[in-house]
Write a protein that binds this ligand. Structure first.
Ligand SMILES: Nc1nc2c(ncn2[C@@H]2O[C@H](COP(=O)(O)OP(=O)(O)O)[C@@H](O)[C@H]2O)c(=O)[nH]1
Ligand SMILES: [Mg+2]
Length: 280
């Protein structure tokens, strides 16, 4: 898989992240619950230094709830706070503010002893493109104060969004770059929509996707697309799905591109069910 990267963007994001880190006491690291490993920047430890951190499994509504729990345990064992969240509905939000309050209890008590009643914890939300940073900021802010669906770099200015009396959020999220350590990471990012489709071969991606789902959740593929079995090559399965969906072009051939788009869109929209692509 050939993906175009823009080193200039990465350098800029790194610099901005370093700048933002200086201004906060807490990093809220957002991961995609379906692919917590692939959606993570593996350099996050060194990027954050010893700044306190909370890991959030976002889009938890699209991932298998048992596997979400496994990931939470996995992080617990690494001594990292981890919670699942849905930035669209706000589910998990209460747990998040409670976790932050608990985390900074000592710090608040220390300030109080000095006579400082309330100094909100300043936090930065960080994650790879499309993981849901803007959605979470909007959700926590309680109104549509930041744009969602934007490409990295669109949101600008530096303001603080007050959340309750104990928390202030930087309105500009920190952008982390995913790391293409191996091909599988690239495909996982593609399946979940973290990489723009225009720069990929969507048919190749969908074939890889079918290959993966065949292994981890064959029944969801069969029932969604009314397939009796998953025998044969992935490309043939793609064609069968196309036929069942009436994606036919002139000459009676299957419109593979349209079919590929349907499959990926439906997975991303949760229509195939809650399917996690990575386990701890
Ligand atoms: N199902 C689901 N979709 C989400 C969730 N959070 C964000 N999204 C969607 O993911 C896409 C990217 O979100 P956005 O906030 O723009 O990501 P950003 O690039 O990190 O700022 C948007 O289409 C959101 O509606 C979530 O918890 N669940
Ligand atoms: Mg955004």
């Amino acid at each position: 898989m050939n993906i175009q990267w823009y080193p200039g963007h990465m350098t800029k994001a790194k610099r901005q992240m370093a700048e933002s880190l200086k201004q906060v006491e807490l990093v809220i690291e957002l991961l995609d619950a379906r692919i917590p490993k692939s959606s993570k920047n593996p350099d996050i430890d060194s990027i954050c230094g010893n700044k306190p951190r909370i890991v959030l499994l976002n889009k938890s509504d699209l991932a298998d709830s048992n596997i979400n729990k496994q990931w939470i345990n996995y992080y617990k064992n690494l001594n990292l706070q981890c919670l699942e969240i849905n930035s669209l509905t706000g589910s998990g939000q209460k747990e998040l503010t409670k976790a932050i309050n608990d985390m900074f209890q000592e710090r608040n008590a220390r300030l109080k002893a000095k006579g400082i009643i309330s100094k909100p914890v300043r936090a930065l939300i960080a994650g790879i493109p499309n993981v849901g940073k803007s959605s979470l900021i909007n959700r926590l802010a309680g109104k549509a104060s930041t744009k969602t669906g934007d490409r990295p770099g669109v949101t600008k200015g530096k303001q603080w969004i007050k959340i309750g009396s104990n928390l202030e959020l930087m309105d500009t999220p920190g952008i982390l770059w995913p790391k293409f350590e191996d091909e599988e990471v690239g495909f996982n990012l593609a399946f979940t929509g973290a990489i723009r489709d225009e720069i990929m071969d969507i048919i190749e991606i969908s074939i890889k996707f079918i290959e993966k789902i065949k292994l981890i959740s064959p029944d969801s593929l069969k029932s969604r697309y009314k397939l009796d079995d998953l025998e044969g090559e992935e490309a043939d399965i793609l064609d069968k799905i196309g036929k069942n969906r009436g994606c036919i072009i002139q000459g009676g051939q299957v419109d593979r591109e349209r079919t590929a788009n349907i499959i990926l869109d439906e997975y991303r929209g949760g229509k195939l069910g809650r399917i996690s692509l990575e386990m701890p």
